[in-house]
Ligand binder design. Structure first.
Ligand code: PHE
Length: 476
């Protein structure tokens, strides 16, 4: 290309270059031009113009006739034709809009029949439209008309490039110009022969600007859930998935949360109108009653007062995923297990920077002979380390269903952040279910963790479907 251009100092168009180099592939010329201009041997000028092409409806009109033209032909060749005739000859989605178009051209409907004062004017207008469709142009007065019609035309950007040799390009002696084949793309065909062995490869310039590939991807929350899921699976846990419509009995009573606990109030829990009550096993209810009133067969003294079985059977949206792990244990009280759940929970929270009424918990239990606090803490530390947070500490806390109870904190940007609770289930919880081995349990906030992972200071960002933000999130 440079050799050809040395013969002429003026601007070269793409076609001129193709001709002079005896190439037939535009891409080859454009890429050779880029190469030369990167070396400073030619200067490339790009200009873009807006052009008009046919849209999908425009293509249909070009092949099958423009709607108003087809209707007009039909009306012209069938004198006295009525609205009704039209609807039998044309599709419904055509006759309506088509008549609209004809009315715009001066055709009117009188008592179901078509009338027109100047048929020649209508025919001429339609002929002009047909010729626009045959060769659309931005400068055509009908351009504005077609722009207003759906999918008839489309605007496209056409880039034209031209090249001009620079001083540096002219200065290169033509004897020094050597033609070599450089391979830009490695294909299976290429590798099947031995040709590549002596070939030159075109280097990549990784410093060049490139457009961002945009493709479908998981929402960052979903990607985070998948990552957590795979960590627990890898650590030997199995996943538990269960409903979020539950009873107060399983959500609270089974966990030895006293019936007058403030968190049970309407202000904190979403109680349901439907189902308002869910029947529970009478045996379960009487066991909880005994435990809550006086400690049942455990050495506990219980909470005292009177246990209300109606309260237990109230329907609610689960306030924590512990409601599901406890039911799993009730069904499998004697088989050692490691189970986790990542699921949605509901609390009447005012929405703000750090609170949502619907959020997710990462829940888990380990039940096995000898399970203990050390095992619980090291499991949680391992989990957070795998998530990329090696600094974890625990602090004493209180939950009605665990003893000891602890809070898990993770260090982030120099500060300790509380991410969840954990502990070992109390006998008041395990004994009525026939559980003999110790159960380590924890429940952690997923959105809180997401805020760390994605560096957010407002939790709402996760759920507002801001496409620009979503596109720019890292792949987790
Ligand atoms: N369920 C507790 C919560 O919602 C977390 C927790 C789970 C604490 C298991 C101890 C044991 O905050």
């Amino acid at each position: 290309m440079l050799r050809a251009m040395q013969n002429q100092q003026e601007n070269w168009s793409l076609d001129e270059i193709l001709l002079a180099c005896d190439w037939n592939d535009q891409a080859v010329a454009v890429s050779a031009g880029h190469g030369l201009s990167n070396l400073g041997l030619v200067k490339m000028t790009e200009s873009s113009i807006t052009d008009v092409i046919l849209g999908s409806e425009g293509e249909n009109a070009a092949s099958g006739g423009l709607l108003e033209a087809r209707l007009w032909d039909f009306i012209q060749s069938n004198p006295g034709v009525t609205m009704k005739d039209l609807s039998t000859h044309f599709e419904r989605h055509e006759s309506g809009p088509g008549i609209g178009l004809l009315k715009g051209l001066g055709v009117s409907l009188q008592g179901g029949a078509f009338a027109c004062e100047d048929t020649e004017a209508v025919s001429n207008a339609i002929a002009a439209r047909i010729s626009f469709i045959e060769s659309p142009s931005i400068n055509d007065p009908l351009f504005e008309h077609f722009k207003g019609r759906k999918n008839l035309i489309e605007m496209v950007e056409v880039v034209t490039r031209s090249w001009r040799i620079t001083k540096a390009g002219s200065a290169i002696s033509s004897e020094d110009l050597e033609e070599v084949v450089r391979i830009a793309e490695i294909t299976p065909e290429l590798l099947q022969t031995d040709d590549w062995k002596d070939a030159q490869f075109r280097p990549y310039d990784v410093s060049l600007e490139a457009s961002m590939p945009r493709s479908g991807r998981s929402h960052p929350m979903q990607a985070l859930i998948e990552r957590i899921r795979s960590i627990f699976l890898e650590m030997g846990f199995s996943e538990l998935v269960d409903d979020y419509v539950q009873t107060a009995g399983w959500n609270m009573d089974a966990l030895f949360i006293p019936q007058d606990h403030p968190a049970r109030e309407m202000q904190d829990t979403f109680y349901l109108d439907n189902p308002k009550q869910i029947k529970l096993d009478p045996k379960m209810l009487s066991d909880w009653k005994a435990i809550h009133e006086h400690g049942g067969d455990t050495e506990s003294t219980g909470w005292g007062g009177e246990f209300n079985e109606e309260v237990s059977q109230k329907g609610l949206l689960r306030t924590h995923t512990t409601v599901n792990t406890i039911q799993y244990l009730a069904k499998n009280p004697t088989d050692p297990c490691r189970v986790f759940a990542i699921d949605r929970v509901f609390r009447k929270e005012k929405i703000d920077r750090t609170h949502l009424p619907e959020f997710h918990q990462i829940e888990g239990i380990i039940m096995e002979p000898g399970a203990n606090l050390g095992m619980l803490v090291s499991t949680l530390k391992t989990f957070y380390a795998k998530m990329g947070y090696p600094e974890v500490r625990v602090r004493p806390a209180y939950f009605p269903y665990t003893e000891p109870s602890l809070e898990i904190e993770v260090k982030w940007r120099g500060k300790w952040l509380e991410l969840g609770g954990a502990g070992i289930f109390r006998p008041e919880v395990t004994e009525p279910l026939g559980i003999k081995d110790p159960v380590c349990a924890w429940g952690m906030g997923l959105e809180r963790l997401a805020m760390l992972v994605l560096g957010l200071d407002d939790i709402r960002q996760l759920y507002i479907s801001d496409l620009e933000w979503l596109r720019n999130q890292p792949i987790l």
